[in-house]
Design a protein. Structure first.
Length: 199
């Protein structure tokens, strides 16, 4: 497990390569607040924000392991849709880590695939884009896939943008839920794992 000094070094390297804080947060599986703290504060004198780092490289390094994870997602999605008595048309993957999962889930469920790219600016109110190389979401019920949810800002932005494009978000599913939420702006949220700090 990497220590704070290693994380500072890694965050600085990403910044020097031109990545923005949100992109660095995605790469390090940390919240944007934690990345900001790593990049701008004297880490020896200040306490870091409360956060949990999720490392999933042991899964992400092999496609068949991502496939196993996608099968779990698919099972959970089918269970939730059965409870809600809904079906979906499209699986939406949030870039970057939600894309491989969404691709395999869409294959497993026999549904269309859409790709959403969040933008650093205006995270809370949306402002991301849907790739025109994949399915349109207009008039479709969608499930949204990502790796980790921390503050929920990226997911909230995705929901806002998808609704603006005429979609009806039915469910959000993530690998790790780093908070106690069961919904994001009224859309049910399921995580394979919930990581909570106690005390």
């Amino acid at each position: 497990m990497k220590g704070i000094d290693d994380l500072v070094k890694e965050a600085m390297e990403y910044k020097e390569k031109g990545l923005k804080e949100k992109e660095i947060a995605t790469e390090l599986s940390l919240s944007v607040d934690t990345v900001s703290w790593l990049l701008t504060r004297n880490v020896k004198d200040e306490k870091p924000p409360v956060d949990v780092r999720i490392g999933w490289r042991s899964i992400g390094v092999y496609g068949h392991r991502i496939g196993f994870l996608a099968n779990l997602f698919s099972d959970i999605i089918l269970e939730e849709l059965d409870k809600m008595e809904f079906d979906i048309d499209t699986v939406v993957g949030i870039a970057i880590n939600g894309i491989p999962l969404a691709t395999l889930i869409s294959e497993s469920l026999g549904k269309e695939l859409a790709i959403y790219r969040p933008r650093e600016k205006d995270r809370r109110g949306g402002g991301g884009t849907l790739s025109s190389n994949y399915s349109s979401v207009d008039g479709k019920r969608v499930v949204i896939i990502d790796d980790v949810i921390s503050t929920g800002e990226t997911m909230q932005g995705a929901i806002t943008d998808l609704e603006d494009k005429g979609a009806e978000p039915i469910l959000c599913v993530v690998t790790v839920n780093k908070n106690s939420r069961d919904e994001v702006v009224g859309v049910p949220l399921r995580g394979l794992v919930r990581a909570q700090l106690l005390g």
